[in-house]
Design a protein. Structure first.
Length: 202
């Protein structure tokens, strides 16, 4: 996870207008599918540089991603933020980590985030985030927001650790072969996990 710099909303995206027509996000998704797809692409490319907003996985096909409400839109959470642009983050689909894990959409054993816990985790739109990674691709879990954020999004699951470890080992191997930093960056431009790359390269 890294800081996301939100920009001006998509020109066709006018939350208050849709709110008058649609009582929920599912209605908007179905009724204004073209606007939804444009919004997803703009957030993914212009604001997140092609990366999942929570895991930093590189998303090659936007159809394999979703628009997540960082603060849940349920009536018991933050329904007023359903069309708030700053609350919309593009994330990978998947039950093991990220948005779905946060919201408990796929894991019966995971209760999902509780409203009070938002103050205990990082908001990538607001907070400047700097994780440290060990040689095995794990985020070093210090106390406080880092530890809770890792827990809520399951950012130290085996799949993510393995992918990050592969990036680390690749960079180390290229360095031993005396490749310069710019060449390494080019070779890993679609590999994702930019925070890991930056830690290992600089």
């Amino acid at each position: 996870m890294r800081k996301i710099n939100k920009r001006t909303p998509l020109a066709n995206f006018n939350g208050p207008n849709y709110k008058n027509i649609c009582s929920n996000w599912d209605c908007f998704h179905k009724k204004y599918k073209d606007v939804f797809q444009e919004a997803r692409l703009q957030i993914l490319i212009d604001e997140q540089n092609g990366l999942c907003g929570y895991t930093e996985i590189y998303i090659q096909n936007e159809e394999e991603s979703l628009i997540d409400h960082y603060k849940k839109k349920n009536s018991a959470f933050y329904p007023s933020l359903v069309f708030e642009w700053s609350n919309l983050i593009v994330a990978t689909k998947g039950s093991e980590f990220g948005a779905d894990f946060k919201d408990n959409k796929c894991h019966g054993n995971n209760r999902g985030i509780q409203k009070i816990e938002y103050r205990e985790i990082y908001n990538p739109v607001i907070d400047k985030i700097k994780f440290t990674y060990d040689a095995f691709g794990a985020i070093v879990e210090e106390e406080g927001k880092i530890k809770k954020t890792v827990e809520v999004f399951n950012l130290n699951c085996e799949s993510l650790k393995r992918r990050r470890a592969n990036i680390i080992s690749t960079i180390q191997a290229l360095k031993k072969e005396n490749h310069n930093i710019e060449d390494i960056k080019i070779s890993l431009k679609d590999a994702g996990f930019i925070s890991v790359q930056e830690q290992e390269l600089y």
